[in-house]
Every structure is written in C-alpha cells, then in structure tokens.
Design a protein around this ligand. Structure first.
Ligand SMILES: Nc1nc2c(c(=O)[nH]1)N[C@H]1C(S)=C(S)[C@@H](COP(=O)(O)O)O[C@H]1N2
Ligand SMILES: [Mo]
Length: 198
C-alpha cells in the first residue's frame, strides 16, 4: 500500500506542526452539531452537481470502485485540539472534479451531508492533493460517529471544513457560506493564521 505523508504541510505556512493556540491530543474526540444520522447503503447516493460538464451520481458500491489513496495527515479542530498522524484512505477531490469536468466559471464548492450540515471552500483549496473523500481510518472502515460511511478531510484547514456523512458536492460560480461559516466561523479557516472566526 502506498502512503503519502502530508504532515509537513505546515511548512508551506511557515508554521510549527502544532498550529498556534492548539494542544495535541492522542484521542479522537467526536464533534457533531447533532446526532449521527442514519444511512442506508442500499439507497445512499453521492452526487456531484452544479457548474460541471457532467453531473455524477454514485451508489455506495460504485463509489467504492473509484481509485483511492492513503495519506498520513494531521487534524486540527477549531475548538483547540489537534490529532497527529491520522491515516485516511479515500478518493481525492481532484479525481471527482476531473470526472465531472469542472466549468471554467466555477470558483467555489459547497459540501452537503446527511445531517443537514454544509461547508464551503474555494475551488482552489479543494483541488489540493490532501482533500479526500475518506471511508477508511487506520485501515478500518470509518466509524459512524466520525462521518462514516464517507467524510471529507481538510488538513490544511480547521476540521469543520471537512463534512462528515458527506453525500453531495456542488460546484458554484459564486461563493456561498456553509453551516458554521454563516454562524461566525471563518470562511478561510487556516490553522497557522488562527483564522477561527470571521
Ligand atoms: N456533517 C457534519 N460534518 C461535520 C460536523 C458536523 O456537525 N456535521 N462537524 C465538523 C466539526 S466542527 C469538526 S471539528 C469535525 C469533527 O470531526 P470528528 O467528529 O471526526 O472529530 O467534523 C466537522 N464535520
Ligand atoms: Mo470543530
């Protein structure tokens, strides 16, 4: 199995591995706005929509046929904890973007999830290699409370930018704000710049 280590990405932001104001934890706390939503592998559908050439829809079975990558990543929660060396396996965002064919006018992305959560990022920030749709953690199926069957990871951002239970990604021609972004959390969310609030 090939493993890409992206735990050095803090160097790009001239920061320490532990971003300012964070403390390291070896636990993996659960942070959800509500409970863990139900999912049914028979009816679950993941959609790619908006400003693309071809809108896509995947069943759980079809999604599992997409090529995956495993990365070692750090995880930074805006509430102040960081977890180092998470091994995530999933499908790169860029792979799905390529398959759908993103329009030239697309500049922004909105992720949606089974619990009604949404979060947004610029297209450019999504196309980075470390943005993955993850379904395995440390070689095991991703736990339901951590977003299983499928979640997004964004180690270059605070973790609220990574939607758990993700079931849709929409390409937008203008920026829009997601759940926490509308409620005062930072749009840009760079941990090394301590962009916690807007
Ligand atoms: N669908 C969904 N995704 C979500 C959230 C949520 O409430 N719903 N919480 C976010 C927040 S604030 C954080 S810190 C991480 C927490 O992930 P974890 O519970 O696996 O630690 O998920 C993010 N993604
Ligand atoms: Mo968070």
């Amino acid at each position: 199995m090939s493993l890409t280590d992206v735990t050095d990405l803090h160097e790009e932001f001239d920061g320490d591995r532990l971003p300012p104001g964070q403390r390291e934890t070896s636990k993996f706390p659960v942070l959800s706005k509500g409970g863990t939503p139900d999912w049914d592998p028979e009816t679950w559908e993941f959609t790619v929509s908006g400003a693309v050439d071809d809108e896509l829809a995947f069943s759980w079975e079809a999604f599992r046929d997409l090529p995956t990558e495993t990365q070692r990543q750090d995880f930074h929660c805006v509430t102040g904890w960081s977890k180092f060396d998470c091994e995530f396996t999933g499908v790169p965002f860029a792979t799905l973007a390529e398959r759908a064919g993103v329009d030239d006018e697309a500049v922004h992305v909105m992720f949606s999830a089974l619990d009604g959560y949404t979060t947004d990022l610029t297209l450019e920030e999504c196309m980075r290699e470390e943005v993955l749709f993850v379904y395995e953690y440390d070689g095991e199926p991703l736990a339901r409370e951590h977003g299983g069957p499928l979640r997004v990871v964004t180690p270059h951002k605070y973790a609220y930018k990574g939607a758990k239970w993700v079931d849709g990604v929409e390409f937008l021609t203008e920026p829009e704000r997601g759940y926490w972004e509308k409620r005062g959390y930072s749009d840009t969310a760079n941990p090394w710049r301590e962009q916690r609030y807007s």
